[in-house]
Design a protein around this ligand. Structure first.
Ligand code: B12
Ligand code: SF4
Length: 590
């Protein structure tokens, strides 16, 4: 069978935007399918465009999901299904939002799929229902069927991911997994609901074998808690050193408790560890308790000192917005990070990810402000905090980020941890600023929310029908004899109504008007083409190209085309264009 595997790109910038590295799920699943004789086309959309033929000259489209990329995943899935290609989805978001996902796809593989995906593909190939495949959810006679969850995978049976499946991607850092799962149980984390609390680590020989290809490269051990079993980690590190199977440089995620074991630190250093990513989460003891983090502020301070003593850079990961956090907590954390010379950091915003206890609690308490999953990237406030306003949490977090990555501080750790620290801080400086310019509209949304105290104004209006728009705030109307353009705005969505003929001239005018009336970054744009006639195919092609360029500045763009005459879709198919950066819906009234 021909199978296209896709990891969708995120909607906006995030703290790791410069890291071009896919998650390991699809390379592993692709390797398994290839071994079984299937033809695999793997697309990592962050670096590669999806062409129409990728979606329609295939027997199956399979998409990997997280919460912050799910809107794009659904868009791709809808597009494939409009062309009658079956779609499978798997990964962290759909595992916990299966009913929602089945509105967009034919099958969901819940949980780990190393053993189940291949079985599902065989069923699809034979035209059978996957009645016996664990973890699969699917439709049968308009009813959703949910098979029982699969057992945890034996990680030693998972093949090495064949990263050559990823065409044309220049990876600066290569992902290697030595374990899955984490014995802890932090309330906001979706790792344990997805991969379990039983820490499963791979056989040392097998990891070393995989590592041999990366001797002159940089590696990220993508484990959630690389040193959860220190005895095992030390064995791996010793072998890496004695057999000289060391990447040129590597980084990984650990907990603060790793720093209490000096032998472990020495081995990490000698094996080439350059940076550790540490879930510090908070310096508010009450928040640490509520997150169930099982660490103290002293642990955090001690671990920074210790890793630095061994020449290892520290990336601190903080989460603001716990029920005991105030604006002061954010200020104190910034001061703490500077005082303790953390090399780089991320100030994230608590995010209720489906599957976590935080999500369940916030849903129950009615504190979730929006289910626009594009905003669930831990950089946007999507819930009502307890001791500050949503707007305060948003503003103060970004302000703290700004201050940490200020020009004056870029050189701060040069003599402590060297030039890498400077380079990473410079990237942070750039990212924070470009994030802000892309997202300033969100401050306005949160301000409105605070004054109205209504969660409704944040709901994802693009999913609503156009008829629910009231044309208040009319921005622009032209009664040009050729084309009539109406631009209106309702909250975070712009609605454009076009009526008449789109030719070379009126097309240019239309986009000129749009760029002068719509801010440089915005959330939703709906363009109604119900009353439009394109004067030629060439104009339709130009329209698509213009819109794709606009899509780079929008969270979501949707165009509504007449059911009977969808020239846009025909043009995309005829010229095998990349799948558009906008969604196409067909209006019923034509
Ligand atoms: C490496 C990593 C990164 C890298 C690379 C990211 C990337 N390309 O997405 C970097 C550092 C850049 C990063 C960034 C972020 N990350 Co990250 N990251 C990870 C990490 C540690 C490992 C990923 C991995 O390789 N896992 C191992 C493989 C085997 O698992 P998998 O890909 O999920 O695949 C398995 C199953 O899910 C399933 N499956 C997956 N896809 C599919 C598809 C099909 C068709 C099927 C059938 C099955 C299937 O089968 C696979 C095999 O069992 C995970 C934690 C984790 N344990 O997964 C977090 C994780 C994925 N990240 C997370 C988050 C929140 C982020 C950020 C938003 C945070 C931030 N603001 O910085 C950003 C956004 C990234 C983005 N793309 O938008 C969350 C996502 C949670 C969620 N529910 O959505 C996770 C789970 C961590 C957590 N604490 O909860 N991340
Ligand atoms: S946040 Fe880290 S320590 Fe806590 S459960 Fe998740 S992976 Fe484990």
């Amino acid at each position: 069978m021909k199978v296209t595997l896709i990891e969708p790109r995120p909607a906006g910038k995030h703290v790791f935007s410069t890291v071009k590295m896919p998650r390991l799920g699809l390379p592993i699943l692709g390797t398994i399918l290839k071994e079984k004789g299937h033809q695999v086309n793997l697309i990592y959309e962050a670096t590669e465009e999806i062409r129409l033929t990728d979606l329609i000259n295939t027997d199956l489209v399979s998409i990997s999901t997280t919460t912050s990329t799910i809107v794009e995943a659904y868009r791709i899935a809808d597009f494939a299904r409009q062309h009658d290609i079956p779609v499978v989805m798997g990964g962290a978001h759909v595992t916990f939002m299966v009913e929602e996902a089945l509105q967009h796809c034919d099958y969901v593989c819940r949980g780990e799929a190393d053993e189940t995906f291949n079985q599902l593909v065989s069923c699809i190939e034979k035209g059978e229902l996957p009645v016996d495949v664990p973890g699969v959810s699917y439709w049968q006679d308009d009813q959703m069927i949910h098979n029982p969850m699969p057992d945890w995978v034996n990680v030693d049976e998972v093949p090495f991911p064949d990263l050559s499946l990823l065409k044309d991607i220049k990876m600066s850092t290569y992902p290697v997994m030595t374990s899955r799962g984490c014995p802890f149980d932090c309330t906001f984390c979706s790792v344990t609901p997805m991969f379990g609390r039983k820490y499963r680590y791979r056989n040392t020989e097998s990891v070393l074998e995989e590592l041999k290809q990366y001797r002159d490269k940089q590696v990220f051990f993508v484990d959630d808690n690389f040193t959860a079993n220190p005895h095992h980690s030390k064995e791996l590190l010793r072998q890496m050193i004695s057999r000289n199977i060391r990447p040129r440089w590597w980084c990984t995620q650990v907990r603060t408790d790793a720093a209490r074991d000096e032998e472990l630190l020495r081995l990490m250093r000698d094996a080439g560890c350059g940076t550790v990513f540490i879930g510090m989460e908070s310096i508010n003891p009450e928040t640490l308790k509520k997150y169930n983090k099982k660490q103290d502020v002293e642990d955090i301070e001690y671990c920074i000192k210790q890793f630095h003593r061994f020449g290892i850079l520290v990336h601190g990961m903080f989460v603001f917005g716990g029920d005991d956090d105030t604006v002061q907590t954010i200020h104190d954390t910034l001061e703490f990070a500077i005082k303790n010379h953390i090399d780089t950091l991320q100030f994230m915003i608590l995010t209720p990810l489906p599957g976590t206890r935080t999500y369940a609690d916030m849903e129950k308490e009615g504190r979730i402000l929006t289910h626009d999953w594009n905003l669930y990237d831990a950089h946007h406030v999507v819930y009502q905090p307890r001791l500050m306003s949503a707007e305060e949490l948003q503003k103060e977090t970004i302000k703290a980020f700004h201050k940490f990555y200020s020009p004056g501080r870029i050189l701060g750790n040069l003599f402590r941890t060297g030039i890498r620290s400077v380079a990473f801080r410079a990237v942070g400086f750039w990212l924070v600023r470009s994030w802000e310019s892309e997202n300033s509209w969100y401050y306005q949304v949160l301000k409105k929310l605070a004054s109205h105290n209504s969660s409704d104004s944040l709901s994802n209006r693009i999913s609503r029908s156009i008829s629910s728009f009231r044309f208040k705030n009319l921005r622009y109307v032209t009664t040009d004899p050729v084309l009539n353009i109406e631009v209106s705005q309702q909250d975070e969505t712009f609605l454009i109504n076009l009526k008449g003929y789109l030719n070379d001239f009126s097309l240019g005018e239309t986009f000129k008007i749009l760029s002068s009336h719509i801010p440089s970054f915005y959330q939703n744009l709906v363009i109604n083409l119900d009353g439009v006639n394109f004067t030629s195919e060439k104009v339709a092609l130009q329209f698509v190209n213009h819109l794709n360029r606009m899509a780079a500045r929008a969270r979501q763009i949707q165009i509504r085309v007449p059911q009977a005459n969808d020239l846009i879709t025909r043009v995309i198919a005829k010229y095998n264009l990349r799948i558009p950066g906008f969604a196409i819906t067909r209006s019923l009234n034509s």
